[in-house]
Write a protein that binds this ligand. Sequence first.
Ligand SMILES: Cc1cc2nc3c(=O)[nH]c(=O)nc-3n(C[C@H](O)[C@H](O)[C@H](O)COP(=O)(O)OP(=O)(O)OC[C@H]3O[C@@H](n4cnc5c(N)ncnc54)[C@H](O)[C@@H]3O)c2cc1C
Length: 502
Amino acid sequence: MLRNLRRIGSIVPTNVNYCTHARNFLPQLTKDRYPDVKRGDYAVLNENHLFHFVDLLGVEKVLNDPSDCEKYNIDWIKNVRGFSQCVLKPESTEEVSQILAYCNEHRIAVCPQGGNTGLVGGSVPVFDEVVLSTELMNDVISIDDTSGVIVCQAGCILEALDQFLSEKGLMMPLDLGAKGSCHIGGNVATNAGGLRLLRYGNLHGNVLGLEAVKADGEIVDCLSTLKKDNTGYHLKHLFIGSEGTLGIITTVAIQCPPRPNAINLAFLGLESFEDILTTFRKAKQELGEILSSCEMIDAKSLDVSTGHCQLKSPIKEFPFYMLIETSGSNNKHDEEKLNHFLENVMNDGTVLDGTVTNEPGKMRAIWELRERITEGLLHDGYVFKYDISLPIKDFYSLVPAMLEKVGKDAVRVSGYGHIGDGNIHLNISVPEFRPDILRKIEPYVYEFTSNLKGSVSAEHGIGFRKQKYIHYSKSESAIKLMKDIKKMMDPNGILNPYKVLP
Ligand SMILES: Cc1cc2nc3c(=O)[nH]c(=O)nc-3n(C[C@H](O)[C@H](O)[C@H](O)COP(=O)(O)OP(=O)(O)OC[C@H]3O[C@@H](n4cnc5c(N)ncnc54)[C@H](O)[C@@H]3O)c2cc1C
């Protein structure tokens, strides 16, 4: 199907906000930090393998100098570090197919990598796996501005795609703090959620089709661009959220909504978590179809943005904050609705203070307060990060429970996240990694979540760091079926070993 589509060309990411590391240090090697994990029975890379890759791709698309390979070995939050001696940068599906066919035949383990912004250690090698980076696969293949469907290669940067779409009056249906670096293939591989899932739904709905390469090099063409297509099994869903363990996603077709003409953003200060729940309930009722994002931040998380990142809050200090965004087609209508809602929640005392704006610069500044918390937290030292779904009434309960558990060992225990989706990001920052603190946190955090019937990974995936804990959210029978599927699609286990499955 791909061959029939007209290529528009590469989107060169000149104007994106790269999501930079906050601190410059080398984390401990994963094999030393997690000595229980043993290297699988994979081939050790030799000169013949390297010569083959150079023959296949050309010398400039094969990195094997340790200093060139370093950044591909370390994850964004600097929790894990592999020691791969080889990074491959294919440009086409055919090249990906040839690489995998060869690796499968020679039992060479492969770690697929997009923008390397993943937060669960899935995107970097654990030992010496070959890294297959999609960074040169950044062609937009087609765009239909009537149906709103874009077809592009997996390595397109999310923010670059969104800017490209804005010229057509469209937008990407997902947005996240890492948008300046993450790739759409990585987003699909992790089933990324983000700031507007509340409005546009998750990628299982927005990805209309995809093309992926199986471990043995076979290209699986599920690149439908249709909204409705009930012909047999919906195989695309197997790859969405599979975190590089079932195949390498090479091309995706995404349904993109129209870019709204009118956007308004309110930043609110509140006294308690109960008030957040009340405000969220009223926002859903009173703003209805124009509500496009609903986020919460606790005081300690906002301190990270105002302190470490030196951003300015537009209101004074409160125990909790909310961001409420509306998007629609008629600003007068939306402003009226939003003002009416804000008057109500302020008059009844649910919201203590707030500011509302539709000026792009001011909205950007408010969004930065939320989006840069992840980066700013790294200035505290080492961060134990958890991405939990909980029933909405229990959303914040994990933060005080964890504070009690780790006490003075922590620099900060804080929570923020997508209240609209019941997804909290719990962060415990400490001066440096200590196994005894880890033992206080895990498995307690997962037991707590499981007791409340939550999910141990709401949107970041399982990756390397959570595979031991998947059983807290998946039944034995579901894990067995996952293992069977993995065995069927990747019998030699070369794709992203040590990740996702226990
Ligand atoms: C500041 C910040 C904010 C974030 N906010 C959010 C958020 O709001 N919501 C959210 O969901 N996540 C968020 N994340 C996490 C991360 O950005 C997402 O998981 C993102 O989707 C990862 O994309 P990536 O291209 O960086 O993938 P990578 O990190 O490179 O890879 C992630 C996983 O996908 C696999 N993979 C990558 N590309 C492919 C491919 N083409 N085919 C098969 N497998 C592949 C990798 O092997 C790995 O297991 C945030 C991260 C940061 C640093």
